[in-house]
Every structure is written in structure tokens, then in C-alpha cells.
Ligand binder design. Structure first.
Ligand code: NAI
Ligand code: MG
Length: 351
């Protein structure tokens, strides 16, 4: 198949991991006879430096026309002055809004070799295999804001339509997995959460084969640490999801391992590792490329419909996790390039 893929390397280790992802996509294209074209565009701090805009018009146009978007990471100390007129993260928010990607999907799987690095005891992390779906374009982050000298407000607003579409995404995904959805809210206090819960219950009636449970966000924060293996698909609103996914990310043993996808818009999905630009290790070939490579597997599966190819990439990463020399964050001393090479070799062997 033909596909046009926009690559947004961004800042810090972003370009290092993005090029690892592109190398894997090129290899897959060659093995399976696909025609992928790659176009690089600026985002974040890099785009501010070159164009004075964290999401320049050329990047916007390319994203709107793409079949899929692979992103590295944005941000860094160079652009972190809170009084600066523009900030790298604005590029990310603007892109999500532009593409209408309302469902941020983050799978969390614990590989036995990484489990040893998890802050949780091995018996707690055994069998963890869950997916977070965070609503990404509504809620308090996008609500009206006011500020006077002695008070400030942030409005939290959700429409039935916004809740329905992300809820259907969660139930559709659960159907392909262990058929359980945990909907997280604060329905004992918040009106938006009571609406969230009632929509979840109504949508669940369309999925009699999927079990729905409701969980309050504060107890979810606890259960994520005490019984993470009990969850399958967890769906929640924007701010709760922001906090819970950061909590969940440390369970995997390294930030460098976890992929993400932002989906649901009319056009391209956005695929990126969950980590940031890691300025402390940028340019040193220490960055773990596996989170980006697993994001590439999600890109193949969700945007291009190539599930055999996606399985091939995931199996190759599993193989390297099992047998390979890994980067420093996972206790090895391999470079970004060497780990990428090992994945490419494993993809070839498995194709
Ligand atoms: P970070 O994720 O960049 O780094 C946290 C720690 O994890 C650092 O010690 C880093 O070296 C390590 N780490 C991260 N990714 C790694 C990888 N692939 N391999 C090995 N080690 C890795 O988070 P931090 O330091 O809080 O933020 C740095 C910058 O990144 C900030 O400007 C922040 O705003 C931005 N950021 C951007 C995100 C994005 O582009 N989606 C997400 C999170 C943060
Ligand atoms: Mg966050």
C-alpha cells in the first residue's frame, strides 16, 4: 500500500528516537512491499527557533494531508521561560485540536525484564496488560478561564457527544481484548462526572459482551498501584487521564518503553513515545528508541490497517527485550542505534 507519513522530530532526543522509528518503517515497507513516503516538518522549540511559531503553517498543512504522523518529543530548558510569548507545548496542543484527535491511547504492558525496574513488587506487576484511553480535546484544559487580582477560575465542560465518542472508542477496543471497561470519574462531587457516568452506562447497553465498572478517580489512583493487573481498558476525562497516565507510566520500569497514539479525528492519527525530550541525555545516543518503535507498531495497526506488520514490529521488540543489550535506562549499555539495529534484524528474521 501507499502511505504518506509526516515525521515531526521536535527537540532534545526527539530527532534521535524519531529516526529510529523511520528506520523501522522503511524496513517494514521493504519487507512487505509497501510504498511509504516520509516528509519531515518542524514542531515545538525547533519550530520556534526556525519560524517563530511552534506549529508553523507548513507543518499544519502537511499534518492535515498525511495518512499518519510520527512525533518525537518537544520542549526543553531553552524554551521554558514561563513569560515567553510562545512555548513548544503549544505546538502539541494546537496540533491535537487541528486534527481533532480526541482519544489518547496508551497501552501499558510489563515485560518481565523491565518489571525488575518497576517501583512495584514483581508479584504486583505480574500480568499487567492494560490500555488507558484519555479524552484529549475537552474538559478543564480547554474550558473558559478567568483571572482577577484575587481569584481565578477554570471551567470544566463536557458535552454528551464528546463523552459518547470516546466511550465508544473504549468499548470497541475492549471488544478486541479482555472485554472489560473501567470508567473513571468523580461522580460523587462533579456534575461533569455525573454526566460522564450516565453516558458510560447508556453506551454499555450497546455492548452486552463487555463488562463496565465505574471507579472514582482517587480510588483508581490507589488501585493502579495495588492491583494493576485487574484492569483491561480504562477510560477517563482529560485532566484525570493526564495524572493517571503519568502515574501508570512509571509502572513499566522506564519511561523510554511506552508508546502512545492520539486517534479519533477525521484525518491522521498522531503516534509518539510517552516520554519528553529528555534534555539530560540528548545527543549522547543514550535514548531508548523502543517507546517510539512500539508507537510505530500502533501507527501500522491503527492508521494503515497493517496488523501483520504491526505484530512483526511488536514481536521484534519482545525479542530484543528478551535477548538484546538494552539502553542504560533498562540496565544495559547499548546505544540508541544499536538497539534500533537489533530490532531491524529481528524484524527481518520474523518477516
Ligand atoms: P522526560 O520524559 O523528557 O525525561 C524524564 C527522565 O526520563 C529523564 O531523566 C530522561 O533522561 C529519561 N528518559 C525519557 N525518555 C527516555 C528515553 N527514551 N530513553 C532513556 N531515558 C529517557 O521528562 P522531563 O525531563 O520532565 O521533560 C523534559 C522536557 O520534555 C520538558 O520540556 C517537557 O515539557 C517536555 N515533555 C514533552 C512531552 C512531549 O513531547 N509529548 C511529554 C513530556 C515532557
Ligand atoms: Mg502529563
Amino acid at each position: 500500500m501507499k502511505a504518506s507519513i509526516v515525521v515531526l522530530p521536535g527537540d532534545g532526543i526527539g530527532p534521535e528516537v524519531a529516526s529510529a522509528g523511520v528506520a523501522v518503517l522503511r524496513q517494514i515497507a521493504e519487507r512487505f512491499g509497501h510504498d511509504f513516503t516520509f516528509t519531515e516538518h518542524a514542531i515545538g522549540g525547533d519550530a520556534i527557533d526556525r519560524f517563530g511559531d511552534p506549529l508553523p503553517p507548513a507543518t499544519r498543512e502537511a499534518c492535515l494531508a498525511a495518512d499518519a504522523i510520527l512525533l518525537g518529543a518537544v520542549g526543553g530548558p531553552k524554551w521554558s521561560d514561563p513569560n515567553a510569548p510562545v512555548r513548544p507545548e503549544q505546538g502539541l496542543l494546537a496540533m491535537r485540536k487541528l486534527l481533532g484527535v480526541f482519544a489518547n491511547v496508551r497501552p501499558l504492558k510489563l515485560h518481565p525484564r523491565a518489571a525488575a525496574l518497576s517501583p512495584l513488587k514483581p508479584e504486583r506487576t505480574k500480568g499487567v496488560d492494560l490500555v488507558f484511553i484519555r479524552e484529549l480535546t475537552g474538559g478543564i484544559y480547554f474550558g473558559a478561564k478567568t483571572r482577577t487580582d484575587d481569584a481565578a477560575t477554570d471551567e470544566c465542560r463536557y458535552t454528551v457527544g464528546e463523552i459518547e465518542r470516546v466511550m465508544r472508542h473504549a468499548f470497541d477496543l475492549a471488544r478486541t481484548r479482555r472485554k472489560k471497561v473501567t470508567s473513571v470519574d468523580k461522580a460523587n462531587v462533579l456534575e461533569t462526572s455525573r454526566l460522564w457516568r450516565s453516558v458510560a452506562t447508556r453506551i454499555a447497553a450497546d455492548y452486552p459482551d463487555v463488562e463496565l465498572e465505574h471507579q472514582l478517580v482517587d480510588s483508581m489512583a490507589m488501585h493502579l498501584l495495588t492491583r494493576p493487573a485487574d484492569y483491561d481498558v480504562i477510560v477517563t476525562e482529560n485532566m484525570f487521564g493526564d495524572i493517571l497516565t503519568d502515574e501508570a507510566s512509571v509502572l513499566a520500569g522506564s519511561l523510554g518503553l511506552s508508546p502512545s497514539a492520539s486517534l479519533g479525528g477525521p484525518g491522521a492519527g498522531v503516534y509518539e513515545p510517552i516520554h519528553g525530550s529528555a534534555p539530560d541525555i540528548a545527543g549522547k545516543a543514550l535514548a531508548n528508541p523502543l517507546g517510539t518503535i512500539l508507537s510505530v507498531a500502533m501507527l501500522l495497526r491503527h492508521s494503515l490497517g497493517l496488523s501483520t506488520e504491526a505484530d512483526t514490529v511488536e514481536a521484534a521488540v519482545d525479542y530484543v527485550m528478551e535477548n538484546g543489550n538494552l539502553t542504560r535506562d533498562l540496565g544495559g549499555d547499548a546505544t540508541t542505534h544499536a538497539v534500533t539495529r537489533a530490532v531491524l534484524d529481528a524484524c527481518e528474521a520474523k518477516a
